[in-house]
Structure formats: C-alpha cells, structure tokens
Design a protein around this ligand. Structure first.
Ligand SMILES: *Cc1c(COP(=O)(O)O)cnc(C)c1O
Length: 229
C-alpha cells in the first residue's frame, strides 16, 4: 500500500491539519473500526459527526456506549451479509457498501417498512481486485433499471475502494473513472438514482480522490493511528 505521512499531535490537531487541505464541501468520515470509544469521543469533541464502521456488530456495541452523542451519523462501509441487512438498517443512516443487485433489492424491501429510509451508495470496482466487492462498470450499467426501482434506498452516488499498491497515477485514473461513471449514470436521469455523492479516498490516497471529485473521504489510520490488523 502506498504510504501516507502520519500526522503528529492529538486527534483534534490531525483533523484540523486535514481540514486545512480539503475543501469544506468534502465530508470527512472518521473510520472507527477497531478504534476505542474514548478516541471516538475525542474525534467528536473535535467536531467529527460522521463515524464509519465495517461490521454491524461492532457498530451496535459502540452505539450503545455512545448513545449520548445524538447527532452522529453512522456509515456502513464494509461488505454486508444479507442475514444482517435488517440490523444494518437499524444501525446505519448511510450504507456505502451496497455491492450487488440482490443485496440492494433485499435492503429495499426491508426499508419499505421503515419510516427512516437509509441513504445509499453503490460500491464499484473499476480495476480488477480479488479482495474487493462491487460492480464493474459494465455490470452496473446493466443493473441500472432494476436499481432505479429500489426507491427506498435513496441512492445518492458511488463508493469505491482501490486495490492496494497502485501508483499515484493509477489511483488518480481509477478515481477519475469512478467520477465519470457517476456522470454517465446521472445523465440517464433515472428515477431514484442520484449520483452527486462520491465516497472515495482513504488515509493514503484521499488527496488524489479529492482532486478527482470525491465528496466524502473515509479516514481511519491517519486520524487514529495504525490498527492491529
Ligand atoms: C478501513 C477502511 C477505510 C479507512 O482506511 P485507512 O487506511 O485506515 O484510512 C476506508 N474505507 C473502507 C471501506 C475501509 O474498510
């Protein structure tokens, strides 16, 4: 993986440093998998209102401990097994990791019965990567009419995770392709398919993602330090 320069200082100082280089319109999502609730409270005190987790159970446990933070938005960014779909709708306001049509349709059915509908992103994988979930561009374009009927998902755009070890040039190209795909879809003007949100960029590549048009960046290690795995 391309390295990133670790930032010095407290979590609040790191957030301030990142905020200086990223436009205010870009939503900074703190990725809190394996991060303690104490560190999450520090981030909250520094103004963070968006937390992302990749596991439903971990989010549920933390939400119980942070229930006094009532204005936090919770984002699911990890692969969702269909048997956890109901729970995911309980725990998260945003689901970034809808990665196939079956899952989308299942979530859509479950969300029909809820007063709070999720906001959703479609996960795409524009470069081959055995380790990552998501639609290829071709497959996504084929599934668009079916996705357009998933009116309870409030689909807002695309999410992508790049393969490890790309050069800066290749990472930039992959982010640009994701932005172009969102544009192509937006131009089709399909009902219930908004494409103005692009969730892309992590600790090692968020600056490139922002240049390519990211509207949400998902930052873990650069805020909280290295995880154990
Ligand atoms: C872990 C994770 C991140 C954050 O990665 P860092 O390298 O810690 O910034 C972002 N997005 C997804 C989907 C993740 O799983």
């Amino acid at each position: 993986m391309r390295a990133f320069s670790p930032l010095s200082g407290t979590i609040a100082e790191r957030i301030a440093q990142i905020r200086q280089t990223v436009p205010n319109s870009v939503r900074l999502i703190a990725v809190t998998k394996q991060v303690s609730v104490e560190a999450m409270r520090e981030a909250y005190a520094a103004g963070v209102r968006d937390f992302a987790e990749n596991r439903v159970q971990e989010a549920e446990a933390k939400q119980a401990k942070l229930s006094d933070l009532t204005d936090v938005t919770w984002h699911l960014i990890g692969h969702l097994q269909s048997n956890k779909a109901q729970k995911a709708l309980d725990c998260f306001q945003w689901i970034h990791s809808i990665d196939d049509l079956k899952l989308a349709q299942r979530l859509n059915r479950l969300a029909a019965q809820r007063s709070h509908k999720p906001q959703s992103l479609l996960q795409v994988k524009l470069l081959p990567d055995l380790n990552k979930y998501g639609w290829s561009a071709t497959d996504l374009l084929q599934d668009l009419s079916a996705l357009s009927q998933c009116e309870n998902l409030r689909i807002q755009g695309l999410m992508t995770i790049l393969p490890h070890g790309l050069s800066a040039a290749d990472a930039t190209m992959a982010f640009q392709k994701t932005a172009e795909l969102a544009n192509t879809i937006q131009q089709q003007n399909r009902p219930h398919l908004q494409m103005q949100v692009l969730s892309m960029g992590m600790s090692n590549d968020y600056a490139l993602a922002v240049q390519a048009g990211a509207t949400m960046i998902r930052l873990g290690r650069i805020l909280f330090g290295d995880r154990s795995t």
